[in-house]
Design a protein around this ligand. Structure first.
Ligand code: DP6
Length: 388
């Protein structure tokens, strides 16, 4: 018979960034990191795994309908091998179980967002693969143990095995057994966290994170300074989340993103992920925050950028409409905004006042357009789907 399992996994966006490996084979990081899991209702990878004794030999994988080679010693091959090993241990303990670990696999994975959107699709993709194989093999391992496997596929993928607010602990062991993800707080602890993804470019990035971070480790003296900062920031971020302190959350998020991009600039040759539109968006959020601080005493938003020009802006539910209106007012968006939460109340951007904030137009923002805006919020971890 054919055995089959389907799982979905979410995208995560780090607020304390992972950048640098101390072990490139096991993917062990030079620092711990922390992310917010985004809602799978909007962004997700979905993976179906099948195995059957009568399949032709060799594992095969399709990504968005296109077949990709599964190299035994490649990152994907390693994830599959590790999960097989776990299954075969289970089989050894129970004679009656079918020997699924010995059967060829057929794996199909889809993203419900364009891979080219510049969003981290490898994290959700690898997490969905690990979740679906763990389901197929009925593995008893905890999500943290499974995160160790996903980590070997792509570092940031380990954080997509959890919902809510997630830390990837760097660990100290050389075999990587304590370099794993864990939930810092559930989605329900702070469900008001919303995110606006400003897609600035849908082109594939110039320098991949894998090669970029390796070059940083080899050449950047500033990275050594960053590594002294991160442990304190991890603690501060965890307490900001524990006490739902948005001001601290946003300030740390922006500081860490800027520090990460400074380290990229300090790399030789330098890596530029931000472009003029990215910097203009930073300018706008900084100005919104200045105005908000003046009006209410609090920050309204926090931006962060991964290894590309796209901006992710975190803001609380009650403030996200203001942020969306402000972005729309100063940056023409090419695609229509679907307004999934209906926060704009059907009003056009130009009609709405940015909450009475006197945000002056700056020529620095006149840098071009944003492709599209994706409004989402904090979400849950991998889901098991029934057979379709
Ligand atoms: C900037 O996880 O893509 O998004 O481990 O080599 O696959 P590999 O790198 P990857 O790096 C992500 C870097 C980042 C920051 C982050 O997500 O923490």
């Amino acid at each position: 018979p054919t055995y089959e399992a389907t799982s979905t996994a979410p995208v995560n966006i780090a607020v304390i960034k992972y950048w640098g490996k101390r072990d490139t084979a096991l993917i062990l990081p030079t620092n711990s990191s922390l992310s917010v899991t985004l809602d799978q209702d909007h962004l997700r990878s979905q993976t179906t795994s099948r195995c059957d004794e009568s399949f032709e030999k060799g594992d095969r994988l399709w990504l968005n309908g296109k077949e990709e080679a599964v190299k035994a010693d490649g990152r994907l091959g390693v994830c599959i091998r590790e999960l097989r090993k776990m299954r075969s241990e289970v089989e050894q303990g129970d004679e009656k179980l079918p020997k699924l670990s010995q059967w060829p696999l057929r794996i199909a994975s889809y993203n419900n967002f364009p891979t080219a959107a510049g969003l981290a699709s490898s994290a959700s993709g690898l997490a969905a693969l690990v979740a679906s194989l763990a389901q197929l093999y009925e593995l008893p391992q905890s999500p943290s143990l499974l995160s160790c496997i996903a980590r070997q596929g792509s570092g940031s993928a380990c954080r997509s095995l959890f919902g809510g607010y997630v830390a990837w602990r760097e660990g100290t062991s050389s075999d990587g057994s304590d370099s794993l993800a864990e939930e810092v707080a559930s989605r329900d602890h702070w469900p008001e966290m919303h995110a606006l993804i400003c897609v600035v470019s849908d082109k594939k990035k110039g320098t991949s994170s894998t090669s970029g971070m390796q070059r940083t480790v080899e050449t950047s003296p500033l990275l050594q300074h960053r590594l002294t900062l991160v442990p304190g920031r991890m603690k501060e971020m965890e307490s900001a989340i524990a006490s739902r302190d948005f001001d601290a959350f946003a300030a740390l998020t922006m500081a860490d993103s800027n520090n990460f991009h400074a380290v990229c600039l300090d790399t030789s040759p330098p890596i530029f992920y931000l472009n003029d539109v990215s910097r203009a968006l930073i300018g706008l959020v900084e100005e919104l925050n200045r105005a908000s601080k003046e009006a209410t005493g609090h920050l309204i938003a926090g931006y962060t950028f991964d290894a590309g020009p796209n901006c992710v802006i975190y803001a609380l539910e009650g403030n996200i409409a203001t942020v969306i209106r402000a972005v729309q007012r100063y940056f023409p968006t090419e695609a229509a905004f679907p307004d999934p939460f209906g926060v704009l109340g059907g009003k056009e951007a130009g009609e709405v006042d940015v909450k009475g904030f006197n945000v002056e137009w700056s020529s620095a923002w006149d840098k071009g357009s944003v492709k599209s805006l994706i409004h989402t919020r904090v979400g849950d971890g991998p889901r098991k789907l029934g057979q379709e």
